[in-house]
Design a binder for this molecule. Structure first.
Ligand SMILES: Nc1ncnc2c1ncn2[C@@H]1O[C@H](COP(=O)(O)OP(=O)(O)O)[C@@H](O)[C@H]1O
Ligand SMILES: [Mg+2]
Length: 432
């Protein structure tokens, strides 16, 4: 019934947590990507193209040489993998500064590609590795003999090639890690959300089922008195000429039917009111000892009929702040049951006592008691241990659920104990 609601809840939960997670991962990736790029940019810094020349000291010999010269460094100065090619204004190689032992044509190719796209700092693949390059014009920092210094732009270019394979791999690894962690987390979130969605829906589902069951039970219970009334009405109609006097039997059956319906409807209304959270209780201080004695007195006739012995142990003048009418209703329900379910010539023990913080009422009756397996369900609506027998007595199994609803509303507790074929005890406590 609530599957749709649960799925909606699940989808909402999933999309929200996933969105937060994806956003967090995207931020991590973007930050790492930017960090790596700025590190690369720093390494391709044009400042590296600054040359200091002391004028008057003469032009270095090797610059006069038209053949490219390869300087083989053993290590890269900052531990990164890079090589530098110097070219002239036409892109011809002047000098190669490299720690790698690469063939001449690789350098030529590298210089050519870089020179042809010198506007942009881009990536080229050489010898199975990825290189990012930057073309910078060489600035010459000239210090004149008289001590004056200035910077001149030369018609020479320096191309720095930086091995970015590891950077790319690092970024790729990060992406794979984020994706796999993300996937695992989405699966985990799905199961966690499913668990919580089910847990949230469960009480609603149960309440709904109970409500449906309640309506079904109530309709079923109403059917019996209605069919009694209908049958007897038909019997009356069949003998239209007869006097009321002679038909009184049918009329009495009809009366029994309407009485049962009245009782059932009153019980249903009572229950509906008690289970309505907004229905107010009228709490006032009253003498609960007197209230219990009053109920006992009203039961005397029925008890005498069954020759039941009543043993009372009622502490006098206990005053409790509660709803007197509702408390009387509960005592009546429990007393009525005690009388109804006690054996002929049985015994009822009535007790009312005060402890430090509570008033404790209990009623014990001899008789068949309640089987152990039925005890937990005894306060359920329409629950009867012996439904067949209850039909005759006109009981609907609503009494105890009304009693429990009232006691719950008055912040008390109610429970039943029983030893089958010996006795049953019902106890309720109320806060003082
Ligand atoms: N004092 C009792 N002794 C034995 N059984 C009891 C007692 N009180 C209640 N029960 C059992 O609990 C069931 C539910 O009680 P209740 O809700 O008052 O409904 P009803 O009395 O209308 O059947 C009864 O049908 C009966 O089987
Ligand atoms: Mg009852």
């Amino acid at each position: 019934m609530f599957k749709k609601l649960r799925n909606k809840f699940l989808i909402l939960n999933m999309s929200m947590t996933s969105a937060v997670m994806i956003a967090a991962f995207a931020v991590i990736y973007i930050i790492s990507y930017n960090n790596i790029n700025s590190e690369i940019a720093k390494k391709l810094n044009p400042q590296a193209g600054m040359q200091t020349v002391i004028e008057g000291a003469g032009v270095p010999d090797e610059l006069k040489n038209s053949k490219p010269k390869t300087l083989n460094r053993r290590f890269s100065p900052d531990g990164t993998y890079s090589f530098i090619i110097q070219v002239d204004g036409n892109g011809r190689i002047i000098e190669i500064d490299s720690p790698f032992d690469l063939p001449e044509e690789t350098y030529n190719k590298a210089a050519e590609i870089a020179w042809n796209n010198k506007q942009s700092s881009s990536v080229v693949t050489l010898e199975g590795k990825q290189w990012r390059y930057a073309v910078n014009q060489i600035n010459k920092h000239v210090i004149q003999e008289n001590g004056q210094s200035f910077t001149v732009e030369e018609n020479k270019y320096q191309i720095i090639f930086l091995d970015v394979t590891t950077y790319k791999e690092t970024l790729f690894q990060l992406l794979i890690t984020l994706l796999s962690v993300g996937l695992i987390m989405i699966i985990a979130i799905f199961f966690i959300s499913l668990y919580y969605a089910n847990r949230t829906i469960k009480p609603i589902d149960e309440a709904w089922e109970r409500q449906k069951q309640f309506v079904a039970d109530a309709s079923h219970e109403l059917k019996t008195p209605i069919s009694i009334i209908n049958a007897n009405y038909d019997a009356l109609l069949a003998n239209k000429e007869e006097t009321i006097e002679s038909q009184i039997k049918w009329l009495e059956y009809i009366k029994i039917g309407t009485d049962r319906m009245t009782k059932l409807i009153n019980d249903l209304l009572s229950l509906a009111k008690m289970e309505d959270v907004s229905f107010p209780m009228h709490k006032v201080p009253f003498n609960i000892s007197d209230a219990v004695n009053d109920v006992a007195l009203s039961m005397e006739a029925v008890m005498a009929e069954k020759e039941i012995k009543l043993i009372r142990s009622i502490e006098p003048d206990i005053v409790v702040a509660s709803d007197p009418e509702r408390i009387k209703q509960v005592v009546t329900i429990l007393f009525d049951n005690a009388v109804k379910y006690t054996n002929q010539k049985g015994q009822i023990d009535l007790s009312l006592a005060k402890s430090k913080r509570h008033v404790v009422f209990s009623i014990k009756n001899t008789g068949k008691g309640i089987p152990k397996e039925d005890l937990p369900r005894i306060f359920d609506r329409f629950y009867r241990v012996d439904p067949a027998r209850s039909q005759e007595t006109g009981s609907y199994g609503l009494g105890l659920s009304i009693a429990k609803a009232i006691i719950d509303k008055l912040d008390g507790e109610i429970h039943a104990e029983s030893v089958e074929n010996e006795y049953a005890i019902f106890t309720f406590t109320l806060p003082l």
